[in-house]
Ligand binder design. Sequence first.
Ligand SMILES: Cc1cc2nc3c(=O)[nH]c(=O)nc-3n(C[C@H](O)[C@H](O)[C@H](O)COP(=O)(O)O)c2cc1C
Length: 339
Amino acid sequence: MRTQADYTAGADVRTAARLSVAPMMDWTDRHCRVFHRFMSRHALLYTEMVTAPALVRGGALHLLDHDPGEHPVALQLGGSDPSELAEAARLGAAAGYDEINLNCGCPSDRVQSGTFGAVLMKNPDTVIRCVEAMQDAVDVDVTVKCRIGVDDQDPCVVLPEFLARLGAAGCSRISIHARKAWLQGLSPKENRDIPPLDYDLVMQMRGLFPHLHLSVNGGIGSLDQAVGFLDAGLDGVMVGRAAYHQPWDILGEADARIWGDPQTRRGREDVVRDMLPYIERHLTRGGRLHQVTRHMLGLFAGCPGARRWRQVLSTDTTRDGAGPAVVERALSEVAARAA
Ligand SMILES: Cc1cc2nc3c(=O)[nH]c(=O)nc-3n(C[C@H](O)[C@H](O)[C@H](O)COP(=O)(O)O)c2cc1C
C-alpha cells in the first residue's frame, strides 16, 4: 500500500506540467486532488479557483488547506488588483503551493462583476501588472491560464500579443483553453462547449514562442490524445472534465507513458485501498465520507460494475456514521461483477 509520503515528489513543476488536471470549482478540492495523486505521482494538480479578495479581505485562509501528499500542486487565484493578488500569492506560497496561477479564462457572471477571469483578456495591461506584482511577491512560478480570446476579439491577433507580453514580463508558463469565451449570452457551462476549439492556433503559438512552456486545454478526452499533443511539440496538456469523470483513463497510465515511470502501473482497486487511510483521517477530524467519495464515482468508468460502484458511493456514503466499510463493500461488489 502507498502512503501519502510516497507522493510528495518535490518534483520540478515544469516537468510535472506535462500533464495537469485543470482547476475546477467544486470539483478539484483537496479530497479530489489526493485521489488523483494516488493515480499519478507526477501530474500537476490545480486547486479550484480561490479569489484574492476572499483570502486577503475575507481572511478565508482555510481555502489554502491542502495535504502534504498533494505536491506538486498549484494554487489558482482569481482577481484583478495587483497588490491584492500579490498578497494572496504570498499567502499561497507560504502555505506551500508549488505554483501560483492567475485565472484569465473563467467566464462566469460572478467573476465578470469582479473584473477578473476571462474578461482580463481584454485588459492585458492589468494582467501584466498583476503578474509582475505576484512575481515580486513569491519565489515559486507565477503562471497564467487563459482563453484564445473573448467576444469579438480575433484570436489570431490577441493571443500572440497576450503571450508576447506575458513572456516579456517573465511569465513563461501558460495554459491555453483553446476556445474563446463569449461573455454575453452563454452560461459558464456552455462556454466550455459551444465556442469552437482551435488547437491549430495553439500549435502555431508553439512555433512562435519556443521559449514559453505552453499547455493546451479544452476537450481532451483520452491519454492518447494528450500524448499526441506532447508528441506534436507542446510542453503540456491540461485535462479537466475527462480527468474528473474518467480519472483512471487519464491518470492511470500517465506516469509510465509521460514520465517514463512504470512504478505507478497499478490497478483501480489499489487506488481505492490507498484512499482508505486518508478517508479514516478525514472522518476522525469530523469530516463526512461523502465529501471524499463524491470525487471517486468515475473510477470504474467503462468497467463491469461501474454502475453499482456509483450507486453505492452516491447513496450509502451519505448515511449517518458511514465509514470506510461502505467503500470496501462497493469495491467487493465491483470485484464480484468483474469476476
Ligand atoms: C465544474 C467546472 C469548474 C471549473 N472551474 C474552473 C476554475 O475554477 N478555474 C478555471 O480556470 N477554470 C475552471 N473550469 C474550466 C476548466 O479548468 C477547463 O478549462 C475546461 O473545463 C476545459 O477543459 P476540459 O474540456 O478538459 O474540461 C471549470 C470547469 C468545470 C467543468
